[in-house]
Design a protein. Structure first.
Length: 155
């Protein structure tokens, strides 16, 4: 399935680029930040297998995790500390589903990514055959948000 990728995110969308960026970010991060970035990296790897390699979501859904996120959220972790400041307004995001993220916080984006991951984990095992759920579209939407997070953190 071909997905539209805004220019601001294209370099991260190429095979392995986002995983490499997450690896580099994880090496720089310390403590709880390192844990959440590691979890994002693993999740993106599984989501990439679904989107790019045709691996059925059912084969990897049990490996997709939100445990570190839940642990940190319960402890009151400041996800905005992953990158201070608001998400920039990238011209190539205008008119895309990511346009609404301009000006929002890092914390909002991380919460949204994990909300969508949580919905996959909860819903897929129960309604995987329901035609009302376009699982590949959902997977790609999560991937795009992770790419946006990476672009935001890089600056």
């Amino acid at each position: 399935m071909e997905i539209a990728i805004p220019t601001a995110l294209k370099s991260l969308a190429s095979a392995g680029s986002a995983i490499s960026e997450l690896t580099a970010w994880r090496k720089r991060a310390r403590g709880d930040a390192r844990a959440i970035v590691g979890e994002l990296k693993e999740n993106l790897g599984y989501l990439d297998m679904v989107a790019e390699d045709g691996v059925p979501l059912g084969d990897v859904i049990r490996k997709i995790s939100n445990q570190e996120y839940k642990r940190l959220a319960k402890a009151g972790y400041d996800f905005g500390g992953l990158k201070k400041g608001r998400i920039r307004s990238y011209s190539s995001l205008k008119g895309t589903e990511l346009d609404s993220w301009s000006g929002k916080s890092t914390e909002d984006l991380v919460e949204s990514i994990y909300d969508k991951i949580g919905q996959l984990i909860i819903r897929y095992p129960h309604v995987s055959n329901n035609k009302n759920y376009r699982w590949t579209v959902r997977v790609n939407n999560i991937r795009k948000r992770i790419w946006l997070l990476l672009r935001h953190v890089k600056e």
